[in-house]
Design a protein around this ligand. Sequence first.
Ligand SMILES: Cc1cc2nc3c(=O)[nH]c(=O)nc-3n(C[C@H](O)[C@H](O)[C@H](O)COP(=O)(O)OP(=O)(O)OC[C@H]3O[C@@H](n4cnc5c(N)ncnc54)[C@H](O)[C@@H]3O)c2cc1C
Length: 316
Amino acid sequence: MPSPVTVVGGGIAGIACARALTAGGVAVRVLDRALRPGGRMASRSMRGGRVVDIGASYLTASAASEFAGVVEGWVDRGLARPWTDTFAVAGPGGIERTTTGPVRYAAPGGLRSLVADLAAEVDVRHEHTVEQVRSGPTVDGEPVRSAVLAMPDPQARRLLDPSTADRLLGDRPWEPALAVVLAFDRRSWPADLHGVFVHDDAAVAWVADDGDRRGDGAPVLVAHTTPELARRHLDDPEAAAPAVTAAVSRVLGLDAVPAWTTVHRWTFARPADARPEPYGLLDGIGACGDGWAAPSRVEAAWTSGTALGRALAGSA
Ligand SMILES: Cc1cc2nc3c(=O)[nH]c(=O)nc-3n(C[C@H](O)[C@H](O)[C@H](O)COP(=O)(O)OP(=O)(O)OC[C@H]3O[C@@H](n4cnc5c(N)ncnc54)[C@H](O)[C@@H]3O)c2cc1C
């Protein structure tokens, strides 16, 4: 008797997939190498115990989509909050204008808390690194009913034999990013800044006001680097902090220097080009996440995982 459907990856895609399988009456377990669920919806406790979002900055939900219902449920329970629909746009000379788009949602407890909420009823085993997924399917040699790879393509490829990886995933490039936390003694930027899209800068692509999005007004910014800067610092991410601090100060016109900074490396932050298909499935091995259901973002990962879970439940 094979083991239950095994989802490798406890980010929002893997957890959504497991929930869809459970809803379809299929036994499932999730294995994740990290200590907690969340994946790239990462919130880390920093100095003083305050949580900072160091992965995804916010989430959006397409109008009238199923995911919009999920987000509404979080908002009703106080887990998520509408943050803003307006950000600043900066060029080489600093902030130039604002731009308005969809409502961006943030989470007072950090975005990871939303994945933890979805995972509450799911059998998730943490600190469990999977080494090998093979046709059969097997997970580290153990026969399973189906295996799901809910993670960036390059991480999934490492688990598969090259032929299965080519047929299931192809070979698509993913881009790195560094998330640099800049904590100040006090706030010295405009209260209505929210976040800044930075154009034409070699170091920084985006800056979020973490105190504003989390709702506690803490004097903390989180900058995301360009892929080019990240690529040059993958071996020593902390070494990127001075260049990022200088770029953020220039863009925001700040005189104050941060009291401390810390850098998190995302080797596979986002796909250069996500697929329109909702998921991949080959010989009992499924693939889901934000490399599917383009455009790549949190909503895509949830949509992809949910669709794959339903497909597997229908065929189980
Ligand atoms: C810097 C950055 C900024 C972003 N900003 C935004 C944003 O503002 N808005 C937005 O919508 N999206 C944003 N995103 C994208 C968003 O975070 C992702 O789309 C989403 O979180 C992907 O979820 P996932 O479940 O597909 O993958 P992940 O969250 O990456 O989950 C994969 C999981 O697999 C686990 N894993 C990997 N290998 C193994 C293994 N061998 N064994 C066991 N477990 C394994 C990992 O620990 C991880 O938990 C951003 C991402 C980054 C990195």
